[in-house]
Design a protein around this ligand. Structure first.
Ligand code: FE2
Length: 313
């Protein structure tokens, strides 16, 4: 059976990048090494801790009935609402006991191959900084609230935890084929903006991009505007996505086991060889083969989206 993992690769070492592989031109801060890790987590101020607590309280008002059971269970297991920005050492101990993952502090977005390397070794790189009051509602760079509140609860789920590791392993193969964008779409539509059908007609969110903000938590599961389509890995990897606004389309999984199976059993070598240089489907597209749960009106997008005054829900 073909798997995402290439048994020839040693995931304990940071891979060398072939010269023809494109990476984002990020400026590495002088104090971090090749692994891009901070020597230690930042000391947060009392105001930083209050910002965490306020963001936490705001999310807890909208999550019940909208967030996936696995996510809510993870929040509780890790007690992320104990007050203030969580301490990564303690968090890693607790998470490690559950699924063998740890959380490691990084100063900013890090290069793809380093990110994949950490995931392949069950380490989740989390932003060390927290947003300010001025950027309380929206911040494009992932901060510690997005990374820890949004991502870490799902890492307590054993199957999802394995999926994330396989995703990291898959990254290097995608780089060798120069199809990072396609693999990035899979991350986007699952880890960041994924929905799950927990029972017939009951859709919940598990993606960190959704669950770290109140608007999309409601929009993704309740609004008439977006499409909700059952996830098919090939379809998703051919689909464009929007970074700076609510998603026009969400992909829905049956279960985490199904997500894991669909990705690990897919022969990615063959898929990458068949992909063109750009995406096949627009992010609003509904195509013949889609298993559509909800065909969106796209009203939010048609009214101009973010900044236009269009109401999401
Ligand atoms: Fe994220």
């Amino acid at each position: 059976m073909a798997t995402l993992a290439n048994p020839q690769l040693d995931y304990s070492i940071l891979p060398d990048l072939p010269a023809d592989v494109f990476t984002a031109p990020l400026q590495k801060p002088a104090h971090v090494g090749d692994d891009w890790l901070e020597p230690k987590q930042t000391d947060y101020s009392a105001e930083d801790d209050r910002i965490w607590d306020d963001l936490f309280a705001r999310q807890m008002e909208v999550l019940p009935g909208r967030a996936a059971s696995a996510f809510l269970a993870g929040l509780e297991k890790l007690d992320l609402g104990r007050g203030g920005v969580p301490e990564f050492g303690k968090l890693s101990q607790e998470l490690g006991a559950l699924t063998g993952w740890s959380v490691v502090p990084v100063p900013m977005l890090i290069p793809d191959h380093v990110f994949f390397w950490h995931l392949a070794n069950r380490r989740f790189p989390a932003g060390n900084f927290i947003r300010t009051r001025e950027t309380f509602d929206y911040i494009q760079e992932p901060d510690v609230f997005h990374d820890v509140f949004g991502h870490v609860p799902m890492l307590t789920d054993p199957v999802f935890a394995d999926y994330m590791q396989e995703y990291g392993r898959a990254g290097w193969k995608a780089m060798r084929y120069n199809h990072l964008k396609a693999l990035g779409s899979l991350y986007w539509y699952t880890v960041e903006f994924g929905l799950i059908e927990e029972a017939p007609g009951t859709v919940r969110a598990y993606g960190a991009g959704i669950l770290s903000g109140p608007t999309e938590t409601v929009f993704s599961v309740e609004a008439e505007s977006p499409n909700r389509i059952m996830l098919n890995v090939d379809r998703v990897m051919r689909t464009d996505y929007v970074i700076s606004d609510l998603q026009p389309t969400y992909f829905v999984i049956e279960s985490f086991e199904d997500l894991y199976r669909q990705t690990v059993e897919r022969d990615f070598d063959r898929l990458y060889r068949s992909l063109g240089p750009s995406f096949t489907y627009a992010n609003t597209a509904v195509i013949d083969v889609d298993d559509v749960l909800h065909r969106g009106t796209q009203e939010y997008l048609l009214r101009g989206g973010r900044g236009s005054g269009a109401k999401p829900v």
